[in-house]
Design a protein around this ligand. Structure first.
Ligand code: NAD
Length: 296
């Protein structure tokens, strides 16, 4: 069983840390927010006296933080405080550039590193059914795999440093664009007098089939677990989808690529979030699509 420092006990980090503790590992947890630490203590997790104390004896350090700048800040303090050779695993969704910088800083400090963002949301974190997409050296991946298996069901080594973040950003580009496409199809169907359940019956078994349609349909009443059925309560909040699409747009522009659908999807989610829908599930974008469509 491993000695683990776990930093970032928010919506995702708390249940992930809980699953590592349940698997028998010894955890020293830390979060800057007092409320997050109280929730962790109430869940039975052991808290460290501070960031340095959480990694002081760690063989493995997990981070689950909002953005690239947070990860780099934490690494700056934690890399000097952890024992030599510790493995730093960052599960946050961050930009590829910061992820690669985190690998470099870890390497320079004599530590191993892996970027391992997740898909599956809070429900997946609770149920230990997350998908992990990992980037880093094979040796680091093999060391991490049994720990990731305590929190997830599917663990994919995507390539070298930053490859996990690249996979996450590309996957969510498909998701954001496909949700808008599905929404436009249902709004058009309404206008053409085609009932939503008839479009669903056809498209779910035809070439329009995709996850946004058959697992997460933006029209209520067609798919059992869809957030549309509970007034678009997340799920996966619009602000998080916007964050990931912006990461995709930034990665494309750094790579010198022009991706018009990625750009347009980011603009539509940004407009929708700014109109007061940031905390609704991202499938609520169908409301934005509908009002834009009728505005001409
Ligand atoms: P969250 O905001 O609930 O939690 C982040 C936690 O990090 C907070 O408790 C915050 O206090 C803590 N934190 C921030 N800076 C810190 C620091 N310097 N030291 C210690 N703690 C610090 O966010 P979340 O929903 O748990 O998401 C975490 C990451 O996972 C994000 O990158 C997000 O994009 C990604 N993600 C989220 C979901 C989801 O459905 N929520 C799904 C997949 C991926």
């Amino acid at each position: 069983m491993a000695r683990i420092g776990f930093i970032g006990l928010g919506n995702m980090g708390l249940p992930m840390a809980g699953n590592l503790a349940k698997a028998g590992h010894s955890l020293a947890c830390f979060d800057v927010a007092a409320g997050a630490e109280q929730a962790a203590a109430a869940a039975g997790l052991s808290l460290a006296a501070g960031l340095a104390a959480s990694v002081h004896e760690a063989e493995i350090v997990f981070t689950m933080l909002p953005a690239g700048s947070d990860v780099l800040d934490v690494y700056e303090q934690a890399l000097g405080a952890a024992p030599p050779g510790a493995l730093f695993i960052d599960c946050s969704t961050i930009d590829v550039g910061s992820a690669r910088a985190a690998h470099e800083h870890a390497g320079r400090a004599g530590m191993a590193a892996l970027d391992a963002p997740v898909s599956g949301g809070v429900a997946g974190a609770r149920a230990a059914s997350l998908t992990f997409m990992a980037g880093g050296e094979a040796e680091a991946f093999l060391r991490a795999e049994p720990l990731l298996a305590a929190m997830g069901r599917r663990i994919v080594h995507c390539g070298g440093p930053g490859a996990g973040q690249a996979a996450k950003i590309c996957n969510n580009l498909i998701l954001g664009v496909s949700m808008i496409a599905v929404s436009e199809a249902f709004v058009l169907a309404e206008k053409l007098g085609l009932a939503a359940d008839r479009l669903f019956a056809v498209a779910s078994a035809s070439s329009g089939q995709c996850w946004s349609l058959t697992s997460y349909c933006p029209v209520p009443g067609l798919v059992p677990a869809s957030p549309a059925n509970s007034d678009y309560k997340p799920g996966f909040a619009t602000r998080l989808m916007l964050k990931d699409l912006n990461l995709g747009a930034a990665a494309a522009s750094e790579a010198g690529l022009s991706l018009p659908l990625a750009r347009k999807a980011a603009a539509l989610f940004s407009e929708f979030a700014a109109a007061g829908h940031a905390e609704e599930d991202f499938s609520a974008i169908i409301k934005g699509v509908r009002s834009r469509a009728s505005a001409g």
